[in-house]
Design a protein. Sequence first.
Length: 129
Amino acid sequence: MKRSGILNRHLAGAIAELGHGDGVLVCDAGMPIPPGPRVVDLAFRAGTPSFAEVLDGLLDELCVEGATAAREVHDANPGAAALLTARFPALVSVPHDDLKALTATARLVVRTGEARPYANVLLRCGVFF
């Protein structure tokens, strides 16, 4: 049994399969998910687990070279916007509809229980060397 890190076997396994350039969408409970990407649904109840909690757990495990979020987060969800800009100084902002379209290119979608709007980010995996 794993001692630390991500204990969810479905998420840990999906992370192990990621490679350089793969997309990982971390999203709120309301984000529409198109057919295609592998989905690990962590949502339990509204707000649980939170977007911040899941994002930080993933960042402890992944090498990330870029991140994209919806422009609308800045006005509609200042808490998520502050979290994203703190974690990703070079965060790319696109219209929410563009982010939804980009979701189809993700290799993995991790759905949280977040119930605040626009708490979504598409991560681009990097390499550790």
